[in-house]
Design a protein around this ligand. Structure first.
Ligand code: M6R
Length: 369
């Protein structure tokens, strides 16, 4: 049931606020984060010295965002790997490694095989999954469910924000247990997390129509680039993946710092480039670097679409279009910045008359390797 929306994807994007809120439910009490499903596993989390996150596609981008939070709040080293690459080498893992898999369906064969491989190598495994009782959680030592509700559209949207939310909860749970983050910091971060759903709602209510209109206007575009830095980098990758999946337009995401190392050669007059701009309040340095990237590409004729926080005036002179997101702490921005990109991809596919729910050549759940 599309609930009155033209597509499942449209419905699921509109459910992004609930996907976050439902994933938080029952896991934060008066500023204390605790995940009931992980009761009894304190020794497991105290005994690890390293985390490896494995997933595919959009779930892997959620993992890349989660890495920042996991490292910051647990002080454990974290690597993120594509599940299908992980088991075809000889990774250094053992009983003190926690392998966190992320999968909406819980049936992705590449991810499942990597989890099995990790288990056989003696690692501890934890599954972040949106589907109760699916194969991957059944094969894992621990489970943290995301509560995004069923996701029908091939393009993953609400599951992505729920996956990041679950990773943040996990990071706070483990970080607190290991004494790596203070109770007062957790309290503040939990408050930030709880504020995310209403901020996503703000974007959906205030900007959805405008972004869709803008996307329709870009329907003839042949190639779109996405740039981001820090947590904005995986968001750039996600923006590009969503666009290629459902509009069949060539799209690529880059780390903004890589520009000079190659991708800037692609910039020619009229080339649309989305830039995820980090908050100047969080890091003036990072912000200045991204603004200078914008100037560099603008000077070569790029059409710049900035995804920037409310009130960031520094981008105005160089951006052709600004998609605004509400103010949030630096690690919470990805949960907001991705929303305009989801709306944009969907709006553009709609304008091209494409079936956004069933893009060509793709299956919702990839159960073969
Ligand atoms: O069910 P999973 O989360 O394991 O699926 C992983 C990817 O196949 C999936 O995220 C895919 O990249 C989506 N179609 C992206 O929109």
């Amino acid at each position: 049931d599309k609930g009155g929306w033209p597509s499942f994807m449209a419905k699921e994007v509109s459910e992004e606020p609930e996907a976050v809120a439902n994933t938080l439910r029952g896991r934060i009490h008066d500023g204390v984060v605790s995940i009931p499903e992980l009761d009894g596993l304190d020794d497991l989390f105290r005994g690890i010295d390293r985390i490896i996150v494995i997933a595919c596609g959009t779930a892997a981008y959620a993992g890349m965002v989660g890495k920042y939070a996991l490292e910051q709040w647990t002080r454990l080293p974290v690597d993120v790997e594509l599940a299908h690459e992980f088991r075809y080498r000889d990774p250094v893992i053992g009983p003190s490694t926690l392998v966190v898999s992320i999968s909406q369906s819980g049936e992705t064969m590449d991810t499942l095989m990597a989890v099995k491989f990790a288990r056989e190598a003696g690692a501890k495994t934890l599954s972040i999954c949106n589907t109760q009782g699916a194969t991957i959680p059944r094969e894992s030592d621990a489970i943290v469910y995301t509560h995004a509700g069923p996701e029908v559209a091939v393009a993953s949207t609400k599951a992505f924000v729920a996956q990041i939310t679950a990773l943040y909860l996990l990071a706070l749970h483990v970080g607190r247990l290991r004494g790596a983050v203070s109770a007062s910091a957790v309290e503040e971060l939990a408050r930030e997390l709880e504020a995310v759903p209403s901020k996503i709602t703000w974007i959906l209510e205030n900007d959805r129509a405008r972004i869709e209109e803008f996307a329709a206007w870009m329907a003839d575009t042949r190639s779109v680039l996405f740039l981001g830095r820090h947590v904005g980098y995986p968001i750039a990758l996600e923006g590009a993946l969503k666009l290629k999946e459902i509009t069949y337009i060539h799209a690529e995401g880059f780390a903004a710092g890589e520009l000079k190392h190659g991708p800037i050669a692609l910039i020619e007059p009229g080339q649309p480039v989305f830039v995820i701009v980090p908050s100047p309040r969080a890091s003036a340095l990072l912000h200045a670097k991204v603004v200078s990237n914008i100037q560099e590409i603008r000077a070569r004729g790029a059409r710049v679409i900035a995804v920037a926080e409310e009130g960031d005036a520094a981008v105005l002179p160089f951006a052709d279009e600004v998609l605004r997101i509400p103010l949030a702490g630096p690690l919470f921005e990805p949960l907001l910045a991705v929303v305009p990109l989801h709306i944009f991809a969907m709006g553009l596919a709609g304008a091209k008359g494409l079936d956004v729910d069933q893009p060509r050549n793709l299956a919702k759940s990839v159960t073969v390797e």
